[in-house]
Design a protein around this ligand. Structure first.
Ligand SMILES: [Zn+2]
Length: 590
């Protein structure tokens, strides 16, 4: 019945809409890049309540577009925020092989305009396609996907997966996105996707910003918004389930809420106190159902945001305000393996049989054996590494690319006005692991351990100071603290500090080392102690020389020293460090 209704509605589309998209002519087809932009340009010309804007470039050389819909035909983001409008940002085609959102957004934007049905309290910003280069690279690269016939590719023009790029910002797409994000400051965000993985009965699944990661005033609210999306999708005949990320070998083992760290779109949005959603349709369902369900979730997303605009706006402002004085920040999270709730899950029986290809056992899902049963859903995370924020971070100007990213992200950065000796807490990197192979153009570090040490650090005129009294504090802490899950350190921004620049020649240093031990009895005592506890050291002459070298005045202090210093307290003496504004806002020191 649903299918008949759906095709009837397709026929209706054919006869009523002046502007059709390719999908409406052939439901196994998705739009091309040129058709998409031409479509929005035509809407822009025809209606006063919308405008098509461009922001910066993408790695393909083509600009990034944003289509903005406002009933009142006014498109100044500052004024719209002053009017307490809720700003929605919808992102499509970050993975262009998952094009439902591209098609659904075009139809929805047109329908809202045609029927004069735009929300009163919400402004809708749509990125028609984010990964422009990927969309231009059209083919059929998703082997397990049930249509459309041809579509774009996951990698962008630089072969980057843009949904891992929100912190390292290797692509021009991401830079332009961040400009859009900080111009429009969306209160709420949706990034449309298609999933692969297990088979189950649902067309649509949903990832929401993991609520423990949100500021409590948003974390309390987001689940009520989410459950309204679930209710309305059920009424639209597209009942949903959380994204099917399961604990064991199949979904019956229980689902685990996906922890979207800041490298992902919604994890990035959460750093700026924006509630995020990633709808994920199931790739093996027919394309028309996937487009239709995406259309429905976008429609409900807009209407719930419209109805609850005042509350969303107030809570978000409160979160932004309170984060300025927040003292502690969580850098990593771990799954609470005990807390869970039961959810009803409509799956297909899975099992193992012998492969016709290899003769070895293979997994399969039997669509003739659907089931509905209660399964555990683990959706709580507990703080793991937590830090106290310093008064400010001091960044030597040598690390300009880090400062550039802070500025793009709306962070106020000050410059030292003169050479200054500062007492800073510095971190030494004491342990870390590095991925064996390249990951998104990087050799990602993880499990980073640090040892803090207070030192006198010579800073120079033009070095940067970032004071942690900002609504962007989460972005500051979660990028600059090396232990954070997606810190700049983990993404290799500071790798040059990891290698030692000077060494000793053993045959010359032998005599010097002997002299040092005899001259410094305390050092000698420590050395003997180290040998008793460390067998490797005891049995290795070179290692012993290295131990003495590293305890000598010759050993470089900068080896393994993370260069961003933590200024723990603001000095009461105003002349101690004077700063001038670095492009953004005037200094607090003047
Ligand atoms: Zn995706």
């Amino acid at each position: 019945m649903r299918r008949i209704l759906f095709f009837a509605s397709l026929l209706l589309f054919q006869y009523t809409h002046a502007q059709q998209i390719a999908f409406e002519r052939d439901s196994n087809t998705t739009t091309t890049y040129d058709e998409t932009i031409a479509f929005y340009q035509k809407l822009d010309k025809k209606y006063a309540a919308c405008t098509l804007l461009t922001y910066g470039s993408t790695d393909s050389g083509k600009p990034l577009h944003v289509f903005v819909l406002n009933k009142e035909g006014q498109f100044n983001p500052q004024q719209l925020h002053q009017q307490h409008k809720t700003i929605l940002l919808i992102n499509n085609g970050i993975h262009p092989g998952e094009p439902e959102g591209i098609d659904a957004s075009m139809m929805l934007a047109r329908d809202l305009l045609e029927k004069n049905n735009l929300p009163r309290n919400a402004v809708v910003c749509i990125i028609p396609v984010y990964n422009v280069g990927g969309m231009l690279n059209r083919g059929a690269s998703r082997v397990n996907q049930n249509g459309p016939e041809a579509y774009g590719f996951r990698g962008n023009a630089r072969n980057l997966d843009l949904n891992r790029d929100f912190i390292k910002t290797d692509s021009r797409n991401t830079r332009s996105f961040q400009e859009i994000f900080h111009t429009w400051k969306p209160d709420i965000f949706m990034d449309t996707h298609t999933s692969n993985g297990a088979d189950y009965q649902y067309v649509m699944t949903l990832i929401e910003t993991q609520t423990d990661k949100l500021h409590p005033v948003l974390g309390d609210f987001a689940p009520t918004f989410t459950s309204e999306l679930y209710n309305r999708m059920q009424k639209s005949n597209f009942g949903m389930v959380p994204y099917v990320n399961f604990r064991g070998s199949n979904p019956e083992s229980g689902l685990v809420a996906f922890l979207e760290t800041p490298r992902y779109s919604t994890g990035y949005a959460a750093l700026h106190h924006t509630i995020g959603y990633m709808p994920e349709t199931h790739m093996w369902k027919p394309y028309p159902q996937r487009v239709h369900s995406t259309y429905e979730i976008l429609r409900h997303f807009i209407s719930v945001a419209d109805e609850r605009a005042a509350e969303i706006h107030d809570r978000r402002q409160l979160a932004l305000e309170q984060s300025k004085t927040q003292k502690q920040f969580v850098l990593t999270w771990k799954l609470d393996t005990i807390a869970h709730r039961q959810i009803s899950f409509k799956g297909y029986k899975s099992g193992e049989k012998l492969s016709d290809v290899s003769g070895f056992p293979r997994q399969y899902y039997d669509r003739n054996k659907p089931f509905t049963k209660g399964i555990p859903y683990y959706n709580r995370y507990k703080p793991d590494i937590v830090v106290e924020k310093p008064y400010a971070y001091v960044i030597p100007q040598a690390w300009q690319e880090v400062v550039d990213l802070l500025i793009i992200n709306g962070i106020t950065v000050n410059k030292l006005k003169k050479d200054t000796l500062l007492t800073l807490q510095m971190y030494y990197i004491t342990d870390y692991q590095t991925g064996r192979g390249p990951y998104e153009g990087h050799y990602l570090h993880s499990n980073i351990k640090v040892r803090p040490e207070v030192q006198q650090i010579q800073c120079y005129v033009g070095d940067y100071m970032v004071i942690t009294n900002q609504s962007g504090n989460r972005y500051i802490l979660e990028t600059l603290e090396p232990q954070a899950a997606d810190s700049f350190f983990s993404w290799n921004f500071f790798d040059s500090i990891l290698s030692q620049k000077e060494y000793f020649s053993a045959y010359i240093f032998e005599d010097e080392a002997f002299r040092m031990l005899n001259k410094d009895l305390e050092l000698k005592k420590q050395f003997e102690q180290a040998k008793t506890t460390d067998e490797e050291l005891r049995n290795n002459g070179r290692a012993q020389l290295d131990w003495i070298y590293k305890h000598s005045a010759h050993y470089e202090k900068t080896h393994l020293r993370y260069p961003v210093g933590r200024l723990l307290e603001h000095s009461p003496r105003p002349t101690r460090f004077t700063c001038s504004s670095a492009r953004t806002v005037s200094s607090v020191f003047e």
